[in-house]
Unconditional design. Structure first.
Length: 73
């Protein structure tokens, strides 16, 4: 599965929302030193009940707009 995700770091709580064909993920982790990317992978692994190793950020490592691949869903 390929997801187009907009990440909002520094939120009060982690959440997953689908809005008009796009996914918004609010994360409590700050956007410093890759913490938000690591938190995104961990959050998506929990949300979709897959291992973290099955999730890959394909595009947007330094951007809020990301393309993520999730295998074994």
């Amino acid at each position: 599965m390929i997801l187009d995700i907009k990440v909002i770091p520094g939120a009060k709580k982690n959440s997953f929302k689908e809005e008009s064909g796009r996914v918004k993920v609010h994360l409590t982790a700050p956007a410093l030193d890759g913490r938000a990317n690591a938190a995104l992978v961990a959050f998506l692994a929990t949300h979709f009940d897959v291992r973290s190793s099955h999730i890959e950020i394909i595009k947007g490592l330094r951007s809020r707009n990301k393309v993520v691949s999730i295998n074994d869903v």
